[in-house]
Design a protein around this ligand. Structure first.
Ligand code: ATP
Ligand code: MG
Length: 764
């Protein structure tokens, strides 16, 4: 008990010792929110609360696994249900499947499967989609589901064509899912939340069972999750939520900040605990984070302090281009590892979108820097893996029409799409699954005798595989490889690609075996095909990430939530990337982008480097990159322009390299485009030298900038490299004033005027 409370500050201890009644822990990054959750679980257990009355929910499998481990360490042998929302939903849904019209062995469709289903539905309804892509329609349906609006309740808004399409498609889509005994990701929560809402008896029963519910990262809950939690906390309102509104980064997935902002109204008598000491980061890192997030309007200010030692200033580096950036980061790491100051695993590289990782990957590979990319779903998304898994899905759920379609002619066995279309018509008319229609193939109109025979063989194959459906995952996957003909199909080919595919499906076998082994170690876990499939369906980005190996971590900002690293590099802090261009016209989204940057910055324990480049290859184009407006919001004193190579290699005095920040970010740092091209680094100098020197103006300072207010819409302006253009639009004020300018030869470009070399045409 005392050991449990040791290593907690008074506020943390207060939260941990709180037993009955709602509890809200509102606190900034690194203040021990997650630590409090695990300690509180252990504390409840130590008071004699049975483990099965405790439920802890979070957002990623990785976070759940880590929490489980920490609880295990604090309270060995106690089995508390620690899960992601989606897994929890999936488990509950197995139990209550019949109540919502599903079979217990239902399939979970990923985004691709859901889109495919939607496409089929749109085709069969024959309604005009007026150019709206399946993705747009799917997103609108997803949004409705996250808000807990079912197909029957969805109302089109007049004058909104997309909503009219959705109103027509959504019910048919949901119908199709149910007919296949399948759900999409959103359904995992929607079905359960609605069930709890509609069935008071069940709600009471589960409320009593899950007497102590805990949620980490509550700021990212959406409406469905909110309702779920609310329903489990009526008679036993012991909901404990921890969260940080400043770290809410899933608005696009329906996360509703109101859930946290209004917690105090929703749960009267709630005990609110604020944690103000940060244990993770240096004062400089915290100050950068704090100053940035203070620019968000829709927030409650928080105070956060740290007693951590000062450490290094936060670095901001300008690079010539993305290659230069990746190389310099790599070199800084090499240097630190060589000198024994750091291990590879101390480093993390973050970027806004996955596409930005390619350059880093290439450079790291070339320099043989060990790294792991956190990109979990990819393996299960590969075509050949999806094919094999589709067999398993069909074995597990014979109603799964999508799995039938995927497997019936793969590997090729002479059953064409026309035949599948005829089977589908038959299935639709008779209200049966495709597999059942296939059993009736000889009676299906338009199916020839020969084709019926081929279909019959496929049905026989599925029946053979059925014997493995209830067994361990490895046997099931092995049976598919053997009987489906994949092994032979890929093995007989001499194309490199096919051999790769074969290697991948063999790897799937290993994956299944490891799953079986892992399950065997856990007491009451089920080692069967269904459980294995569930795991493959509910993978997260961070699942494959192993923090025990000595490798650099590469991940998106979204994946980084909740984690911490001694040294963080945040790349491409550029306009259109961070903030993402999608947020340009929308202040709410811009605030979310700022929170995302905040999350990234606050992952760093000891060192942080932000960087941007002057040119970047992005989306197949080489573009002139504009520094992010976020950089202009950062504080002065605690930052510096970094040198990432030892000074003696630079051939320059340190004070030529490191510039202190003035009140306004210095012109040199923000030179949007150097007046002269950045000199290519000489072989003896490191690439950073070239850029650091260039950004400090050793290549000649640009002429003074023209005041941003001097520009007018329609005015002719001149750019040293792009030539003469015309101002299309202007927005913002002062330092933040921006212009879109169209150049005859280069098209439209955007500028932050204070830091651009633009001037009215004809002016010196
Ligand atoms: N009282 C304490 N004494 C020492 N270390 C602590 C204390 N509280 C938390 N820590 C450490 O501080 C770090 C941050 O804690 P934790 O991850 O729980 O913060 P958090 O509030 O959940 O952060 P985030 O908002 O980023 O998820 C961890 O390494 C944790 O072990
Ligand atoms: Mg946390």
């Amino acid at each position: 008990m005392t050991q449990l409370l040791e290593g907690l500050n008074p506020a943390q201890r207060e939260a941990v010792e709180h037993v009955d009644g709602p509890l809200l822990i509102l606190a900034g990054p690194g203040s021990g929110k997650t630590r409090v959750v695990t300690h509180r679980i252990a504390h409840l257990l130590s008071l004699g609360v049975p483990a099965w009355q405790i439920l802890a929910l979070t957002f990623t499998n990785k976070a759940a696994a880590e929490m489980r481990q920490r609880v295990e360490r604090l309270a060995p042998g106690q089995r508390v249900w620690v899960s992601t929302f989606h897994r929890f939903g999936a488990k509950m849904l197995r139990q209550y499947a019949d109540r919502v019209g599903l079979d217990p062995n239902y399939t979970i469709y990923d985004a691709g499967d859901a889109r495919q289903t939607l496409k089929r539905v749109v085709e069969s309804l024959k309604i005009p989609v007026m150019g709206y892509t399946p993705d747009r329609i799917a997103a609108a349906i997803s949004k409705a589901k996250n808000r807990l609006i079912g197909p029957e309740e969805y109302k089109p808004r007049s004058g909104n064509p997309l909503s009219e399409i959705v109103a027509a498609v959504y019910p048919a889509y949901q119908q199709r899912l149910l007919a296949s005994s399948a759900v999409d990701f959103d359904d995992l929560l929607l079905h359960i939340a609605r069930l709890l809402h509609d069935d008071t008896e069940l709600r009471k029963q589960l409320d009593e069972r899950f007497r102590y519910v805990m949620v980490d990262e509550y700021q990212d809950t959406n409406r469905a999750q909110y309702v779920l939690l609310r329903a489990l906390s009526v008679d036993y309102p012991n909901l404990a939520a921890t969260g940080d509104p400043d770290q809410s980064i899933y608005g696009w997935r329906g996360a509703d900040l109101n859930n946290i902002l209004e917690f105090e109204q929703d749960y009267p008598g709630v005990k609110v605990v604020r944690l103000e000491q940060n244990y993770r980061s240096t004062p400089a890192i915290l100050s950068v984070a704090d100053t940035l997030i203070a620019h968000n309007k829709r927030r409650k200010p928080k105070s956060l302090f740290t007693e951590n030692p000062d450490g290094l200033p936060v670095r901001l580096v300008t690079y010539a281009d993305g290659d230069d950036e990746a190389r310099s980061v790599a070199m800084a790491m090499e240097e630190a590892v060589k000198s024994g100051r750091r291990r590879w695993s101390d480093f993390a590289v973050f970027y806004r979108v996955n596409a930005l990782s390619r350059t880093v990957e290439r450079v790291f590979r070339k320099r043989q820097i060990p790294f792991q990319m956190v990109r979990g779903q990819e393996f299960y998304q590969r075509r050949e893996i999806k094919d094999v898994l589709a067999y398993c899905q069909l074995m597990n759920n014979p109603k799964d029409d999508l799995a039938f379609e995927r497997t019936v002619n793969s590997p090729p066995r002479g059953i064409g799409s026309k035949t599948v279309g005829r089977l589908a018509d038959y299935a639709y008319r008779h209200g049966v699954s495709l597999l059942d229609a296939a059993r009736d193939a000889p009676q299906v109109e338009g199916v020839t005798k020969r084709t019926a025979m081929l279909v019959g063989k496929f049905v026989a194959l599925v029946d053979t595989l059925d014997a493995y459906a209830a067994g361990p995952a490895e046997e099931a996957v092995g049976a598919v490889l053997e009987h489906s003909g994949y092994r032979k199909h890929y093995g007989d080919s001499d194309s490199e690609e096919d051999l790769n595919r074969l290697a991948n499906i063999e790897e799937l076998l290993t994956d299944a075996r490891q799953f079986d082994e892992a399950m065997a170690e856990e007491e009451d876990a089920e080692a069967n095909l269904e459980a294995y499939l569930e795991r493959t369906w509910l993978v997260n980005e961070t699942d494959g990430w192993d923090d025990d190996t000595d490798k650099v971590t590469l991940m998106t900002l979204h994946a980084a939530k909740g984690l911490e690293f001694p040294v963080v590099f945040l790349l491409a802090v550029e306009d259109g990337i961070l903030p993402h261009e999608r947020s340009a016209a929308d202040p709410t989204q811009l605030e979310e982008e700022r929170r995302l940057a905040f999350v990234g910055i606050t992952r760093a324990e000891q060192e942080l480097q932000l960087s941007h480049a002057l040119r970047r290859d992005y989306r197949g184009q080489r573009r002139i990159a504009i520094p992010s407006s976020f950089l202009m919001e950062l504080p002065t004193g605690v930052m510096e322009v970094a040198q990432t190579a030892p000074t003696d290699e630079l051939g320059l005095a340190p004070d030529e390299l490191i510039g202190d920040w003035g009140d306004a970010p210095s012109e040199e740092v923000y030179r949007h485009e150097p007046a002269e091209p950045v000199a290519a680094p000489t072989p003896t100098a490191t690439p950073t030298v070239g850029t650091a020197a260039a950004l400090l103006g050793s290549g000649g300072l640009a002429a003074p900038r023209v005041s941003p207010d001097a520009f007018k819409v329609g005015m002719a302006v001149e750019h040293p490299e792009l030539g003469v253009g015309k101002v299309l639009t202007l927005s913002g004020n002062g330092k933040g004033r921006r212009a879109a300018v169209v150049f005859p030869e280069h098209g439209e470009k955007r500028f932050v005027l204070a830091f651009s070399p633009l001037r009215p045409a004809g002016r010196p």
